[in-house]
Design a protein around this ligand. Structure first.
Ligand code: ZN
Length: 77
């Protein structure tokens, strides 16, 4: 009896973990499908991606989805 319940709980846990894993992968795919936003430093015309420490963090600049400007040497643009 107890063993059967335990197996059931483990099975449900596996399902939950699996579905969370699949869902997180799906959202990753969806987010990479949508056009990425870049930050352009309008002083130097250097482009930063969202993983860069300069993303949205320079004195002058703006967000864009276009691959314009020069790719950043740290983040690769
Ligand atoms: Zn950068």
């Amino acid at each position: 009896m107890m063993n059967k319940n335990k197996k059931k709980i483990i099975f449900i846990c596996m399902l939950v973990i699996l579905s969370v894993f699949i869902l997180s992968n799906c959202s990753e795919i969806l987010s990479s499908d949508s056009s990425e936003t870049y930050w352009i430093n309008s002083d130097s015309n250097v482009r930063h991606n969202s993983s860069c420490r300069w993303y949205g963090n320079t004195n002058a600049g703006y967000y864009t989805t276009e691959l314009i400007g020069t790719a950043c040497g740290i983040c690769g643009g």
